[in-house]
Write a protein that binds this ligand. Sequence first.
Ligand code: URA
Length: 198
Amino acid sequence: MDNQLQLDAIQKSIIDDGITPELATSATQLVFGDGNPESQIVIVGEAPGKQEDLQGKPFVGASGKFLNEMLQMIDLKREDIYITNIVKYRPPENRDPKPDEKKAFLPYLQRQLEVIKPKILITLGRHSLNCFLPDLQISKVHGQPKRVSLSLKEGSEDTFTVVILPLYHPAAALYNPLQRQTLIDDFAQIPLLLSKIT
Ligand code: URA
């Protein structure tokens, strides 16, 4: 089955399985993912915000605009990458996602990655980083690629190898000039990193 069809099936299963019913009720819609289902690069953010909730696509608000600008700087377009979030419904008032919400969505994120099998997994912000590498601090490891073996299903020995590039979240960097430049500099490594591992 082609990747898009498999992703569509995962999207449907989130609804059928009734994941995070409270968030599902307060949100306008599920924000599953967007972009190229065959991409070598997957970007994982935290959770949809207001614009994402209204439009049904990840990173279409202010953070998304900044992300698009950084992609442009390295000659990539949104259509070249695949982008999603850990939590796929907007938390009320944009509060941080709760641990049980992140846990509930993790198997679906793992299934998305299993389908796409990216070479690079870019985590935006601490929630996304800690979902894959729980012991690391974003302020210490941002911009440092880490080759990891990700297990795909809970309890299974199935793994695949991916390079995780931890980056600051564009929302945090938007209003902090120092972090903004750090994020731009970290982002600029992506083409070289990609050329080394493909
Ligand atoms: N912030 C995120 O983490 N994800 C989005 O989709 C939008 C803003």
